[in-house]
Design a protein around this ligand. Structure first.
Ligand SMILES: [Zn+2]
Ligand SMILES: [Zn+2]
Length: 300
Protein backbone atom coordinates (compact mmCIF):
# COMPACT_ATOMS: atom_id res chain seq x y z
CA UNK A 1 0.00 0.00 0.00
CA UNK A 2 2.70 2.49 1.04
CA UNK A 3 4.70 1.58 -2.04
CA UNK A 4 1.59 2.32 -4.13
CA UNK A 5 1.18 5.75 -2.50
CA UNK A 6 4.86 6.52 -3.01
CA UNK A 7 4.53 5.49 -6.62
CA UNK A 8 1.47 7.62 -6.97
CA UNK A 9 3.09 10.68 -5.39
CA UNK A 10 6.45 10.43 -7.04
CA UNK A 11 5.60 8.65 -10.23
CA UNK A 12 7.70 5.61 -9.30
CA UNK A 13 5.96 3.35 -11.78
CA UNK A 14 6.53 5.68 -14.67
CA UNK A 15 10.11 6.11 -13.62
CA UNK A 16 10.64 2.38 -13.62
CA UNK A 17 9.10 2.15 -17.08
CA UNK A 18 11.17 5.10 -18.14
CA UNK A 19 14.39 3.38 -17.08
CA UNK A 20 13.38 0.20 -18.84
CA UNK A 21 12.57 2.18 -21.95
CA UNK A 22 15.96 3.89 -21.87
CA UNK A 23 17.84 0.66 -21.35
CA UNK A 24 16.21 -0.98 -24.32
CA UNK A 25 16.28 1.94 -26.73
CA UNK A 26 19.30 3.70 -25.33
CA UNK A 27 17.89 7.18 -25.85
CA UNK A 28 17.35 10.08 -23.49
CA UNK A 29 13.76 10.60 -24.54
CA UNK A 30 11.39 10.72 -21.53
CA UNK A 31 8.08 8.83 -21.38
CA UNK A 32 5.51 11.31 -20.21
CA UNK A 33 3.14 10.09 -17.47
CA UNK A 34 -0.30 9.40 -18.90
CA UNK A 35 -3.12 11.72 -17.95
CA UNK A 36 -6.01 10.40 -15.90
CA UNK A 37 -9.70 9.93 -16.61
CA UNK A 38 -10.67 12.87 -14.39
CA UNK A 39 -8.30 15.12 -16.36
CA UNK A 40 -9.86 13.83 -19.56
CA UNK A 41 -13.42 14.56 -18.37
CA UNK A 42 -12.46 18.22 -17.91
CA UNK A 43 -10.40 18.42 -21.10
CA UNK A 44 -10.96 20.69 -24.07
CA UNK A 45 -10.65 17.79 -26.54
CA UNK A 46 -13.69 16.10 -24.98
CA UNK A 47 -15.64 19.39 -25.03
CA UNK A 48 -14.73 19.91 -28.69
CA UNK A 49 -15.65 16.32 -29.56
CA UNK A 50 -19.08 16.68 -27.92
CA UNK A 51 -19.69 20.02 -29.58
CA UNK A 52 -18.72 18.79 -33.05
CA UNK A 53 -20.17 15.27 -33.08
CA UNK A 54 -23.27 15.15 -30.88
CA UNK A 55 -26.57 14.28 -32.56
CA UNK A 56 -30.05 14.07 -31.13
CA UNK A 57 -31.42 10.54 -30.88
CA UNK A 58 -34.74 9.19 -29.70
CA UNK A 59 -34.36 5.83 -27.96
CA UNK A 60 -37.70 4.07 -28.47
CA UNK A 61 -37.32 1.81 -25.41
CA UNK A 62 -39.78 -0.98 -26.20
CA UNK A 63 -41.38 -2.60 -23.16
CA UNK A 64 -43.37 -5.80 -23.26
CA UNK A 65 -47.10 -5.08 -23.17
CA UNK A 66 -49.33 -7.60 -21.44
CA UNK A 67 -52.41 -5.85 -22.83
CA UNK A 68 -53.24 -5.75 -26.54
CA UNK A 69 -52.32 -2.39 -28.07
CA UNK A 70 -54.42 -0.44 -30.54
CA UNK A 71 -53.40 -0.73 -34.22
CA UNK A 72 -53.45 3.07 -34.41
CA UNK A 73 -50.46 3.28 -32.05
CA UNK A 74 -46.76 3.12 -32.84
CA UNK A 75 -45.46 -0.18 -31.45
CA UNK A 76 -43.64 -3.45 -32.05
CA UNK A 77 -45.35 -6.80 -32.62
CA UNK A 78 -48.97 -7.72 -31.98
CA UNK A 79 -51.52 -6.73 -34.64
CA UNK A 80 -50.37 -4.26 -37.32
CA UNK A 81 -52.51 -1.65 -38.98
CA UNK A 82 -53.49 -3.57 -42.14
CA UNK A 83 -55.85 -1.04 -43.73
CA UNK A 84 -53.28 -0.32 -46.48
CA UNK A 85 -52.87 -3.96 -47.55
CA UNK A 86 -55.45 -5.44 -49.89
CA UNK A 87 -54.38 -8.86 -48.63
CA UNK A 88 -51.99 -9.90 -45.87
CA UNK A 89 -48.39 -9.12 -47.05
CA UNK A 90 -46.33 -12.08 -48.22
CA UNK A 91 -42.71 -12.61 -49.25
CA UNK A 92 -42.14 -12.05 -52.96
CA UNK A 93 -39.51 -14.81 -52.99
CA UNK A 94 -41.03 -17.63 -50.93
CA UNK A 95 -44.66 -16.60 -50.49
CA UNK A 96 -44.58 -16.92 -46.70
CA UNK A 97 -46.78 -14.54 -44.76
CA UNK A 98 -44.58 -11.83 -43.25
CA UNK A 99 -43.95 -11.28 -39.57
CA UNK A 100 -44.95 -7.85 -38.36
CA UNK A 101 -42.04 -6.08 -36.67
CA UNK A 102 -42.98 -2.47 -36.01
CA UNK A 103 -44.98 0.57 -37.03
CA UNK A 104 -44.33 4.26 -36.49
CA UNK A 105 -46.86 7.06 -36.97
CA UNK A 106 -45.75 10.55 -37.91
CA UNK A 107 -48.28 12.03 -35.49
CA UNK A 108 -46.43 10.37 -32.60
CA UNK A 109 -42.86 10.52 -33.97
CA UNK A 110 -42.43 13.57 -36.20
CA UNK A 111 -38.63 13.22 -35.94
CA UNK A 112 -38.76 9.93 -37.88
CA UNK A 113 -38.09 10.35 -41.61
CA UNK A 114 -41.30 10.38 -43.64
CA UNK A 115 -41.23 11.19 -47.37
CA UNK A 116 -43.69 13.84 -48.56
CA UNK A 117 -47.28 12.78 -48.17
CA UNK A 118 -46.55 9.73 -45.96
CA UNK A 119 -47.41 9.37 -42.29
CA UNK A 120 -47.12 5.67 -41.43
CA UNK A 121 -43.99 3.51 -41.56
CA UNK A 122 -44.22 -0.26 -41.22
CA UNK A 123 -41.60 -2.99 -41.06
CA UNK A 124 -42.20 -6.67 -41.69
CA UNK A 125 -39.86 -9.56 -42.35
CA UNK A 126 -40.02 -12.90 -44.06
CA UNK A 127 -39.88 -15.54 -41.31
CA UNK A 128 -38.35 -18.19 -43.58
CA UNK A 129 -34.72 -18.86 -42.73
CA UNK A 130 -34.30 -20.77 -46.02
CA UNK A 131 -35.82 -18.01 -48.16
CA UNK A 132 -33.96 -17.53 -51.46
CA UNK A 133 -34.51 -13.78 -51.18
CA UNK A 134 -32.19 -13.28 -48.19
CA UNK A 135 -29.33 -10.88 -48.96
CA UNK A 136 -26.88 -11.41 -46.12
CA UNK A 137 -25.31 -8.02 -46.83
CA UNK A 138 -28.56 -6.38 -45.79
CA UNK A 139 -30.11 -8.51 -43.05
CA UNK A 140 -30.44 -11.99 -41.54
CA UNK A 141 -33.98 -12.44 -42.90
CA UNK A 142 -35.54 -10.59 -45.79
CA UNK A 143 -36.94 -7.26 -44.54
CA UNK A 144 -39.92 -5.43 -46.00
CA UNK A 145 -40.56 -1.76 -45.29
CA UNK A 146 -43.59 0.31 -46.27
CA UNK A 147 -44.58 3.95 -46.14
CA UNK A 148 -48.26 4.84 -46.33
CA UNK A 149 -50.55 7.82 -46.17
CA UNK A 150 -53.25 7.15 -43.62
CA UNK A 151 -56.73 7.38 -45.07
CA UNK A 152 -55.66 6.46 -48.60
CA UNK A 153 -56.98 2.92 -48.15
CA UNK A 154 -59.45 1.16 -45.93
CA UNK A 155 -58.99 -2.55 -46.55
CA UNK A 156 -60.40 -4.99 -44.04
CA UNK A 157 -57.35 -7.28 -44.01
CA UNK A 158 -56.89 -9.76 -41.18
CA UNK A 159 -53.69 -10.73 -39.45
CA UNK A 160 -52.24 -14.02 -40.68
CA UNK A 161 -49.06 -15.84 -39.77
CA UNK A 162 -47.68 -19.16 -40.92
CA UNK A 163 -47.50 -22.03 -38.53
CA UNK A 164 -45.30 -24.41 -40.46
CA UNK A 165 -41.66 -25.42 -40.69
CA UNK A 166 -38.51 -23.66 -39.50
CA UNK A 167 -39.93 -20.16 -39.38
CA UNK A 168 -39.28 -17.29 -37.05
CA UNK A 169 -42.30 -16.84 -34.79
CA UNK A 170 -44.18 -13.55 -34.31
CA UNK A 171 -42.45 -11.18 -31.90
CA UNK A 172 -43.84 -10.09 -28.53
CA UNK A 173 -46.01 -6.98 -28.52
CA UNK A 174 -44.22 -3.95 -27.09
CA UNK A 175 -45.14 -0.39 -26.32
CA UNK A 176 -42.55 2.37 -26.77
CA UNK A 177 -41.45 4.52 -23.84
CA UNK A 178 -39.28 6.93 -25.80
CA UNK A 179 -36.37 8.76 -24.17
CA UNK A 180 -34.60 11.63 -25.96
CA UNK A 181 -30.85 11.40 -25.68
CA UNK A 182 -27.58 12.42 -27.33
CA UNK A 183 -25.64 10.10 -29.59
CA UNK A 184 -22.01 9.97 -30.76
CA UNK A 185 -20.14 8.26 -33.59
CA UNK A 186 -18.04 5.16 -32.93
CA UNK A 187 -14.24 5.45 -32.91
CA UNK A 188 -13.94 4.32 -36.54
CA UNK A 189 -16.59 6.75 -37.76
CA UNK A 190 -15.55 10.00 -36.11
CA UNK A 191 -13.42 12.49 -38.01
CA UNK A 192 -12.01 13.79 -34.72
CA UNK A 193 -8.52 12.66 -33.70
CA UNK A 194 -9.66 12.18 -30.10
CA UNK A 195 -8.92 8.43 -30.07
CA UNK A 196 -5.32 8.87 -31.20
CA UNK A 197 -4.85 11.57 -28.53
CA UNK A 198 -6.33 9.19 -25.96
CA UNK A 199 -3.92 6.47 -26.96
CA UNK A 200 -0.82 8.61 -26.65
CA UNK A 201 -1.71 10.96 -23.79
CA UNK A 202 -4.25 9.30 -21.53
CA UNK A 203 -4.42 6.09 -19.53
CA UNK A 204 -6.52 3.08 -20.55
CA UNK A 205 -9.55 4.00 -18.43
CA UNK A 206 -10.25 6.98 -20.66
CA UNK A 207 -10.64 4.84 -23.77
CA UNK A 208 -13.12 2.56 -22.02
CA UNK A 209 -14.94 5.63 -20.75
CA UNK A 210 -15.21 6.92 -24.34
CA UNK A 211 -16.51 3.59 -25.64
CA UNK A 212 -19.13 3.40 -22.91
CA UNK A 213 -20.34 7.00 -22.95
CA UNK A 214 -19.54 8.52 -26.34
CA UNK A 215 -20.39 6.04 -29.07
CA UNK A 216 -23.46 4.97 -31.06
CA UNK A 217 -26.10 3.74 -28.62
CA UNK A 218 -27.41 0.19 -28.85
CA UNK A 219 -31.21 -0.10 -28.90
CA UNK A 220 -34.03 0.58 -31.33
CA UNK A 221 -33.81 4.30 -32.06
CA UNK A 222 -34.68 7.19 -34.36
CA UNK A 223 -31.72 9.27 -35.57
CA UNK A 224 -28.30 9.54 -33.95
CA UNK A 225 -25.48 7.29 -35.18
CA UNK A 226 -25.49 3.57 -36.02
CA UNK A 227 -24.13 1.41 -33.18
CA UNK A 228 -21.87 -0.38 -35.66
CA UNK A 229 -20.24 -3.54 -34.38
CA UNK A 230 -18.25 -3.75 -37.61
CA UNK A 231 -16.88 -1.07 -39.94
CA UNK A 232 -19.32 1.69 -40.92
CA UNK A 233 -20.98 1.41 -44.33
CA UNK A 234 -23.12 4.29 -45.55
CA UNK A 235 -24.88 3.41 -48.82
CA UNK A 236 -25.18 5.92 -51.66
CA UNK A 237 -28.40 6.68 -53.48
CA UNK A 238 -28.59 4.85 -56.82
CA UNK A 239 -30.73 7.60 -58.25
CA UNK A 240 -28.87 10.81 -57.32
CA UNK A 241 -25.53 9.52 -55.99
CA UNK A 242 -25.71 11.23 -52.58
CA UNK A 243 -24.64 9.34 -49.46
CA UNK A 244 -27.81 8.40 -47.64
CA UNK A 245 -28.72 9.62 -44.16
CA UNK A 246 -28.95 7.18 -41.28
CA UNK A 247 -32.52 7.40 -40.01
CA UNK A 248 -33.34 4.40 -37.84
CA UNK A 249 -31.85 1.41 -36.05
CA UNK A 250 -33.60 -1.82 -35.14
CA UNK A 251 -31.73 -3.65 -32.36
CA UNK A 252 -31.88 -7.18 -31.03
CA UNK A 253 -30.58 -5.98 -27.71
CA UNK A 254 -32.42 -3.43 -25.62
CA UNK A 255 -30.06 -2.40 -22.84
CA UNK A 256 -31.48 -1.68 -19.37
CA UNK A 257 -34.84 -3.11 -20.30
CA UNK A 258 -33.98 -6.78 -20.37
CA UNK A 259 -36.57 -9.10 -19.04
CA UNK A 260 -35.89 -12.42 -17.49
CA UNK A 261 -38.94 -14.63 -17.25
CA UNK A 262 -39.45 -18.33 -17.69
CA UNK A 263 -40.99 -17.88 -21.09
CA UNK A 264 -38.58 -15.46 -22.69
CA UNK A 265 -34.86 -15.11 -23.21
CA UNK A 266 -33.43 -12.07 -21.51
CA UNK A 267 -31.80 -10.05 -24.27
CA UNK A 268 -34.87 -7.94 -25.08
CA UNK A 269 -38.57 -7.49 -24.36
CA UNK A 270 -39.54 -8.20 -28.00
CA UNK A 271 -37.50 -11.36 -28.54
CA UNK A 272 -36.40 -10.35 -32.02
CA UNK A 273 -32.94 -11.83 -32.63
CA UNK A 274 -31.08 -10.66 -35.71
CA UNK A 275 -27.96 -12.77 -36.20
CA UNK A 276 -25.96 -12.78 -32.99
CA UNK A 277 -27.63 -9.83 -31.18
CA UNK A 278 -27.18 -7.69 -34.30
CA UNK A 279 -28.66 -4.41 -35.47
CA UNK A 280 -30.31 -3.46 -38.75
CA UNK A 281 -29.66 0.13 -39.87
CA UNK A 282 -31.97 2.11 -42.17
CA UNK A 283 -30.74 4.80 -44.55
CA UNK A 284 -32.78 7.18 -46.67
CA UNK A 285 -32.12 9.62 -49.46
CA UNK A 286 -34.32 12.49 -48.38
CA UNK A 287 -34.28 13.89 -51.92
CA UNK A 288 -35.45 10.71 -53.61
CA UNK A 289 -38.04 9.62 -51.02
CA UNK A 290 -39.39 6.24 -49.96
CA UNK A 291 -38.06 4.19 -52.86
CA UNK A 292 -34.51 5.07 -51.77
CA UNK A 293 -34.93 3.57 -48.28
CA UNK A 294 -32.27 0.93 -47.70
CA UNK A 295 -30.97 -1.21 -44.87
CA UNK A 296 -27.77 -2.93 -43.91
CA UNK A 297 -26.77 -4.75 -40.78
CA UNK A 298 -23.99 -6.26 -38.71
CA UNK A 299 -23.72 -8.42 -35.65
CA UNK A 300 -21.11 -9.02 -32.99
ZN1 LIG B 1 -39.17 -15.25 -48.06
ZN1 LIG C 1 -31.26 10.22 -54.06
Amino acid sequence: MIKKIVEFLFGGKEKAEDNQHQSTTNTNEKVKPKKSLSQFKKSQILKDFIQAEQKKVLMLKPHFSAVKLDVNNSKMGGDPNLTNFESYPTCSDCNNKLNFILQIYKSEYPSFYFPTNRDLFQLFRCPNMDCKGIDYMKSDLKMYSYYFKQGDNDFDTKIEYNEIGELEGPIAECKFYPIPSIDFPNYDETESDIYSILETEYDEDTENFMFENYSGKIGTKIGGYPAWTQSPIYPSCKKCGKVKDFIFQLSSEEEEDVIDTETKENWSPHGLMMGDVGNIYYFACKTCGDEALESNWDCS
